[in-house]
Design a protein around this ligand. Structure first.
Ligand code: NAD
Length: 271
């Protein structure tokens, strides 16, 4: 079987873990073909750690060397990376899902036109399998409640403008309650899960998101509440933070690995 050539954009916490996984765990079916980061030093360092000469200095070079492009960079550029990969007839996996909200229809039609696939891992959230199934019937209401330590919101402009520093809060504080469409604008680095739930369920205008800062929690906690024709769904995921980036949940990395595994395996499990 011909190995899938995998190129990774973004050599941070997720990109590094995925690059190691492709090179070491998935070497039967995949080959790590290129690495690209806006910070060239990171690209070269990771390439060196993996003992492979695969650092490139342009996105276009990465795309030309890959069958599957994995975006693990930033919500500011994830849609553009998906367009560029699809336009070159490459499949693409997107981690910065917040950047796809409002653009998914364009991405879908481009993927259809080019005959390629777009993979969006469930990320740091459980229950997307059941939401996808429920969506085949009618979903009446979809709510996501995200609770994180105040430190996770450091540098989020909306929070700093509205609440100032959260360093001294003693009790849980609701930072935001409203449609996912607005949440992804105000919390671009924190809210990939809201984007995934919206895309799998009833869309970003109808999905309700509540974001809470709580000084007692150490984990990133996501609760999904779905009221659907098929029944009610409640899930709670208590995420351990990634050792290299406390803004990223470890499960998000494993979820991307699971999608890669699904691409390579002949038997697909789950919805
Ligand atoms: N889907 C999910 O559940 C989920 C969970 C966690 C993180 N994420 C998202 O995945 C992305 C990566 O997360 P991370 O923890 O690895 O972040 P990180 O900050 O550790 O790494 C991001 C890397 O991307 C690079 N980068 C930034 N802009 C770039 C650009 N325009 N072109 C190329 N490289 C660029 C940075 O230099 C950095 O090395 C983030 O956007 C994050 O929000 C998604």
């Amino acid at each position: 079987m011909k190995k899938i050539r995998v190129g990774i954009v973004g050599c941070g916490a997720i990109g590094t873990s995925l690059a190691k996984a492709v090179a070491r765990d998935f070497s039967k079916g995949a080959r790590l073909s290129a690495l690209y980061d806006i910070n060239l030093k990171k690209t070269k360092d990771l390439s060196r750690v993996l003992a492979r000469n695969i650092a490139v200095s342009k996105l276009s070079q990465l795309i030309s060397k890959s069958d599957l492009v994995i975006e693990a960079a930033s919500a500011k550029v994830s849609a553009d990376i998906a367009y560029a990969a699809l336009n070159s007839r490459r499949d693409v996996m997107v981690m910065s899902v917040g950047g796809l909200v409002g653009k998914i229809d364009k991405i879908k039609s481009l993927a259809v036109k080019m005959g390629r696939k777009v993979y969006i891992p469930s990320g740091a959230i459980s229950g997307i399998d059941a939401v996808k199934a429920a969506r085949m019937g009618r979903i009446k209401k979809a709510t996501l409640t995200t609770t994180k330590n105040p430190l996770a919101f450091k540098g989020v402009k909306y929070v700093e403008d509205k609440f100032g520093s959260l360093r001294n809060i003693k009790k849980p504080l609701v930072l935001f309650s409203g449609p996912a469409l607005k949440a992804v604008k105000y919390f671009p680095q924190n809210i990939n899960v809201a984007a995934v739930l919206s895309l799998a369920g009833v869309g970003a205008a109808k999905t309700i998101v509540k974001i809470i800062a709580s000084p007692k929690v150490k984990k990133n906690i996501h609760e999904i509440n779905i009221i659907a024709e098929a029944g009610d769904i409640f899930t709670r995921t208590e995420n351990i933070l990634h050792p290299d980036n406390p803004k990223t949940s470890f499960l998000a990395v494993l979820s991307a690995k699971a999608v890669l595994n699904q691409i390579l395996e002949p038997v697909k499990i789950g919805t």
